[in-house]
Write a protein that binds this ligand. Sequence first.
Ligand code: SF4
Length: 424
Amino acid sequence: MIEARTLPRLFAGATNRPLSLEAHEEMFRPAGNVASLLDELDASGLVGRGGAAFPTTRKVQLLRNQRGHKYVVVNGMEGEPAAHKDNRLLSTNPHLVLDGAEMLATMIGASRIAICVARDNPTVVHHVEQAIHERARRNLRGPGIDLHTPPWRYVAGEESALVHWLDDNESLPQYRPDRPHILRIGRGPAMVDNAETCANVGLIGRYGAQWFRALGTHDHPGSVVVSVTGAVTRPNVLEVNLGTPISSLLASAGADPAPQAVLLGGYGGAWLRGDQINTPYCNEALAPLSLSVGAGVAAVLPRQACGIIEAHRVVRWMAHESARQCGPCAFGLPALAEDLLAVVRGGRDGVAAIARLQDRCNVIEGRGACRHPDGVVRFVRSSIDVFAADIDNHLRGAPCAGARSSQRYLTVPALEHEEDLIWE
Ligand code: SF4
């Protein structure tokens, strides 16, 4: 049996092939008492691993009180280009994710589970299909499981966009002024949880809350999966104890021990300065720095990189990825990208642009139907703050060598075939 105080937990038994149902049952103890599931989940303190860190029990309570034909939706879309954690989990331990989804379905009284994986990722789609077939061959009673494969894009993984897709094939976020809000497929209430959250429920349902809490911190218990990318020699998806110093998780991916900055949480996240990398990786330690674990990304920027050029690339791509159904996204995000470009080019236009950026951020924040523009604003503000020295250099026409190099560190898929900006 896997141990409470050691890792891996979520990746126990994982190889480069998915664990078969048989191997999965040998690796993990059978699920515990269904009647005590909700109490154990509550005592575990599990919060969602998709980015928002919403307490999973509160979601369950909200859905338990709803009537109708309910759904559990497993979000395996992995919209963040720098994140690979849900894909890795679904490709190694898919049955742990499906077990957790079934437990959630039991708790809220759902009769169907919809698992969503981007169609652009055929290997993961295939692994999940196989896992569903293995379970179907057992003829077990329980909720039916359907695989859905929406097209990949950044906002397609936003929970209301996912439900919108399941409801009428449109990957557009829905306007939700009063969050938390019950999402619906047809008239049926739907509970959306990402794959890592479901896998954690699968563990808590077997080993209980006390076991779960043997790792992590009081307010942020358990283990967490993080994709370490950027300037590292071994880009990796790691399962770590929440509260581990960030420096040690960077070291295990072969990062420079003295980076310029580390982007945490994904492209809607914020930068940790290079001199803060001994901060524990958990929300309670990161919150005073206005940071969070978010979508489980740590992207390393080395000292020789130009932070403001990297920021411009990300914002240009995030503007491109919006659903363009609200003003802040349709007009605000391209304007942020334009201003960042002016800063990169420097001179008088750059000075005017840097003054405008803060005002634009204030106008955009909180005005979108979903949180996509708020994430971009957070990223822009953090970039202006952390890369102040780079900005000064660009404005006075003397950027560092990183701006003159074509080497980039953050993955920005849509831009890979477009001309990148090199300061001249
Ligand atoms: S804020 Fe942007 S991404 Fe969100 S719904 Fe509006 S247009 Fe779409």
